[in-house]
Design a protein around this ligand. Structure first.
Ligand code: IVH
Length: 683
């Protein structure tokens, strides 16, 4: 690879990764699996290592996806000890390099490890004070998470008190101890709840982990108690007094078990990397029998004293980017299975995008029966030359829906004829058009019944207006009965309209109408999100609500104003302009308002705050403030923190080892502050 080639590829990879990050963090709608994402990251890291002159000096490349789970409605609690992240590898050589680095750092070959299942659940930190469970906090941003104690206390099988031991030699119960673990749902429980969701016309959860994450963030613990969450504990956070009696991970695990807490079904305590590799093989052979889903093995240096010597990578960065040098996650490649394609069907989405789906001969994959898998788009079908009747490999990595990976060509028979992608919408028959600059085929008919249905569903869904009782099934019913045709029609429904729909449906009808009326003054961002403007996810909808504060102001916004919003490129700005430029859309918004929808604008930042309307970029390590503390101070002063420096940046707050962001600030003439200057500015 030549230098210019590397440069081009690096730029391409960075852009791709940034786009996926946006989908994952800001919109919670990942398009690719963790595995594929990790592959992109790995390639970038590899090229940057080969061409260090091209690497981004300030490159904060988290080695895996770790977002920030904090959400509204929960009390935030600081962890006594940060919850960090782990380096991932899929590769034996890299695992051996991890050992080699430790041998060098510790000056000995004699290193003992634990090998534990890597549980694919939701991380949580429990605090026991003098043996009593006092707190359960989600990971949050690693430093501070949401208090979910009431919900966690509903978990059967989690003792609220540590079991005292009669053993006189046993260590005393600590005054305060943080014990980390993972909350999960068994597959059968996942299926049971999804079945109920389906019956209620609510959206289905993609996998057990999403459902567990959604459940632990319910504001109503009574509902949580109806779902059988489980927990398994494996990690030590803060402990006072300093751990006595367990000075290694394996002894800690034994102690957790002795306290009566649920622990992993099996872990290995071994010496040297060959034994680690063997244990990983044993784990892989038995993990499918465990109660929880596993996506790898976590290898930890056993002795706490050795852990302390090697410490963490990324010191000075945000907690969620710290990673212990003493641990490594070896991830198993996602599960695959072979099956036949019985048919290819196409689905029409809310935007009109037509997605091909493989209807499969049912096959057992990673514990669930798979009947359908996505084929992504027409180009992908052509590229992989997928035909009806073909045997294919399908893959499921615990994320999203399964996908067709490749055709088993050796099994192809002459009956398998090439697939012809439809040229017309399967629902309304309109001629499909190709998405501009994209790979998707679209149904351009604004009246297409399927598009209309999906748009209304999206508007009413949890992610948008969150109208109680208006799930997919009810929307479908209202459409078929001709009671609604457009989104605003929802707000004109009356109890009398609904009564004929269900036998003894008075209560149902009353509740639904009340549920709808209650959302007329929903947060503005929810309404904006519900409009379904291309490129505008929940995060962008919030930005728009903050900036424009009303639907009318947003509708009147010029491209110039739109692109001035931090994080909004030309593309998003144009999309918003185009959407409001459409007569039919404007009429729909007016009709919504006429039907009584009067969304609530977000609360305003304190008037006259020092940083009101200003954008600040943080870089490097500040002498006393953590990134989170600095962010809090900026936001409290009315400002906004952004990740990248541009002409629109008002200040760069720079500390030790600031890299390319500082350089860029100087080039662009953006004022640079150090911590003292920053404090002075805030006064
Ligand atoms: S140790 C800094 N042990 O995987 C040490 N983590 O990829 C990290 N996880 O954030 C925690 N099973 O949520 C550890 N046996 C295990 C685990 C485990 C699952 C999760 C945990 C962590 C993430 C890191």
């Amino acid at each position: 690879m030549t230098n210019p080639e590397a440069k081009a590829r690096i730029e391409q990879l960075r852009a791709e990764i940034a786009a996926h990050d946006e989908r994952y963090y800001r919109e919670a709608k990942p398009e690719i699996r963790d595995f594929e994402y990790d592959v992109l990251k790995k390639e970038l890291a590899w090229i940057e290592a080969e061409f260090p002159e091209l690497a981004d000096a300030a490159g904060e490349s988290p080695t895996q996806r770790v977002g920030d789970d904090r959400s509204e409605g929960f009390v935030r609690v600081k962890h006594r000890m940060a919850m960090t992240t782990l380096d991932n590898t899929y590769d034996e050589t890299e695992l051996r390099e991890f050992h080699a680095r430790l041998v060098k750092a510790l000056g000995t070959e004699d290193i003992c490890y634990t090998v534990e299942p890597k549980i694919d659940g939701v991380a949580v930190s429990l605090t026991y004070e003098n043996g009593k469970l006092t707190r359960a906090v989600t990971r949050g941003d690693g430093e501070e998470g949401d208090d979910v104690t009431a919900n966690v206390k509903t978990i059967r099988g989690l003792p609220h008190a540590l079991k005292p031991t009669d053993d006189l030699l046993a260590p005393p119960v600590p005054e305060i101890i943080e014990i980390r673990g993972e909350i999960f749902l068994r597959d059968e429980e996942f299926r049971r709840i999804n079945q109920l969701q389906e019956e209620a016309g609510e959206a289905l959860y993609a996998n057990p982990r999403n459902l567990a994450a959604g459940t632990i963030k319910q504001l109503d613990s009574k509902l949580v108690a109806t779902r059988r969450l489980e927990i398994v504990l494996y990690g030590l956070g803060a402990c006072e007094p300093v751990p006595a009696g367990f000075d290694s991970q394996s002894l800690f695990q034994a102690q957790v078990r002795a306290w009566g807490l649920p622990v992993v079904e099996k872990f290995w305590a071994v010496r040297g990397i060959d034994a680690v590799w063997e244990a990983i093989g044993e784990l892989d052979a038995m993990r499918r029998g465990f109660a929880y889903a596993t996506d790898g093995a976590v290898v930890k240096t056993d002795l706490f004293s050795q852990q302390a010597v090697v410490g963490y990578r990324g010191a000075g960065q945000a907690a969620r980017k710290l990673s212990p040098r003493w641990a490594c996650a070896y991830k198993f490649a996602p599960d695959r299975a072979e099956t036949r394609i019985n048919a290819i069907s196409v689905q029409v989405g809310r935007t009109g995008a037509v997605t091909p789906v493989a209807e499969l001969e049912p096959v057992l994959l990673a514990g669930t029966t798979v009947k359908r898998a996505t084929l992504h788009n027409a180009d992908e079908i052509a590229r992989k030359d997928v035909r009806v009747g073909d045997f294919v490999l399908v893959e499921k990595a615990g994320e999203i829906i399964p996908a067709v990976i490749e055709v088993v060509l050796s099994k192809r028979t002459p009956e398998c004829v090439a697939y012809v992608f439809p040229t017309e919408c399967p629902v309304c028959g309109t001629k499909l058009v190709r998405e501009e600059g994209g790979v998707k085929w679209m149904c351009p008919n604004a009246q297409c019944p399927e598009k209309v249905r999906r748009k209304i569903e999206h508007f009413a869904s949890k992610a948008s207006l969150d109208i109680d009782g208006l799930g997919e099934e009810v929307v479908d019913l209202l459409l078929t009965k001709g009671l609604i045709k457009t989104i605003p029609d929802i707000f004109r429904l009356k109890v009398e309209d609904l009564l004929p729909l269900k036998k003894s449906g008075e209560v149902w009808a009353g509740n639904l109408i009340n549920g709808i009326a209650a959302r007329k003054t929903a947060d503005l961002w929810r309404v904006i999100h519900g409009l379904g403007i291309p490129q505008v996810g929940a995060a962008s909808a919030k930005d728009l609500a903050r900036r424009f504060r009303s639907l009318d102001a947003l509708a009147a916004a010029g491209l110039n104003e739109l692109v001035q919003i931090e994080g909004f490129g030309e593309k998003t700005g144009e999309a918003v302009r185009t959407w409001f430029g459409d007569e039919a859309n404007r009429a729909m918004v007016a009709d919504l308002q006429a039907a009584g929808v009067a969304p609530s604008p977000p609360a305003e930042a304190a008037a006259g705050a020092v940083l009101a309307g200003k954008t600040v970029v943080l870089t490097g390590t500040l002498p006393t403030l953590s990134r989170e503390q600095a962010t809090e101070m900026i936001e409290a002063a009315g400002g906004k923190v952004s990740g990248s420096v541009s002409r629109k940046t008002h200040y760069v707050l720079a500390g030790e080892e600031a890299g390319s962001k500082l350089e860029k600030a100087k080039t662009l003439g953006v004022p640079v502050l150090d911590e003292a200057g920053f404090r002075a500015l805030l006064g």
